[in-house]
Design a protein around this ligand. Structure first.
Ligand code: C5P
Length: 323
């Protein structure tokens, strides 16, 4: 496809959410960030983003919220403050000219809740970087794009490629992991969100770091039960002290037949891992009945983000199942 060809074409990109199956937080660095070791999986709960280049500025960004997000009072900004905006600014700085980034017309169909630890904003930003790279400079490598992504947020580099990965450093050192069979999850987020900096501030200093090695092996070769036994999130207690509903989530998942359950990232979304799709679907129904004001959905792991869809099919109004 030529660059001219893609210019005025409506492009739909998928931006998946992520779940942290393992998250260890190590030392605080001089730059204020913590060293982490995290096994992260991209899942089928995803935003859809329509991108198009117009003949002239200004850049436009509209947000269309799914019904569950509207009901939850989602506040995703539709201009500056949205990470898609930051990603396009960053691309303009990298290229030395705003180019397509300044003439972009973007509609974000939002399904992933914010302040959830699901990486929704980071995934949207990565999708914007992939799209503008494809339009302006397809030769720019994923490694270069990941470098730009790290300036936008710690989780953004993961979403340049997605899939299942072991992420280290601040989150930007990424090793892809292979797994042949999908994993099935149910995500439940209480109405209250969690602020990531606040959760990190509440983390106690004395910690004996544990290794992700066993989890990495379980991801590659193990059953969902093997993976479930090794799930771990160092941020969970700190997040529970900030958002007490997280303890309710833990109690609800404990009643269900799941392989493991925990907080994702800094929360406040909580998730359970299930043996198969029917179990996940049943658990989703139970949780929707018991937690009527919460965001609840089932989803599965994605082997790898399906990059950009060059299509003009309009996105569906956000459904509640993400299989
Ligand atoms: O990079 P991001 O904007 O997502 O980080 C938000 C906040 O989370 C940071 O300002 C920092 O307080 C905390 N954080 C951290 N170590 C990381 C990632 C995030 O301390 N590896």
């Amino acid at each position: 496809m030529t660059t001219t060809g893609i210019h005025h074409r409506l492009v739909l990109a998928r931006a998946p959410a992520k779940l942290n199956l393992f998250l260890e937080v190590k030392d605080k660095r001089p730059d204020g960030y913590h060293e982490i070791e995290s096994v992260i999986v991209a899942v089928s709960l995803q935003d859809t983003i329509a991108f198009q280049v117009h003949d002239a500025p200004p850049r436009k960004l509209d947000v269309v919220r799914s019904a569950p997000l509207r009901a939850a009072g989602s506040q995703i900004p539709n201009g500056q403050g949205n990470l898609i905006w930051s990603a396009l600014d960053r691309w303009g700085q990298f290229r030395g000219t705003q180019g397509s980034a300044d003439r972009a017309s973007v509609t974000l169909f939002k399904r992933i809740p914010e302040q959830a630890g699901l990486g929704g904003g980071s995934s949207d930003a990565a999708a914007a970087l992939r799209w503008v790279r494809d339009v302006d400079a397809p030769d720019v490598s994923n490694e270069t794009l990941s470098g730009l992504a790290a300036h936008i947020g710690s989780d953004v580099p993961f979403f340049i490629r997605s899939g299942i990965s072991l992420c280290r450093g601040r989150g930007e050192i990424i090793e892809a992991l292979q797994r042949s069979k999908p994993l099935w999850f149910v995500v439940a987020k209480p109405p209250t969100g969690a602020s990531t900096p606040e959760v990190y501030r509440r983390l106690p200093a004395n910690r004996q770091p544990i290794s992700s090695r066993a989890m990495v092996e379980a991801i590659k070769h193990g059953t969902p039960q093997d993976v479930g036994k090794l799930m771990f999130n160092r941020l969970q207690s700190a997040a529970e002290s900030l958002v007490p509903e997280i303890r309710r989530a833990a109690a609800e998942f404990e009643r269900l037949r799941c392989c493991g359950h925990q907080l994702s990232g800094s929360g406040s979304a909580y998730f359970g891992l299930f043996v198969n799709r029917p179990d996940a679907h049943r658990a989703q129904q139970v949780l929707r009945a018991r937690l009527p004001t919460w965001f609840v959905c089932s989803c599965r792991s994605l082997a790898r983000v399906s990059s950009i869809d060059h299509t003009s099919t309009p996105p569906q109004e956000a459904g509640r199942d993400h299989h």
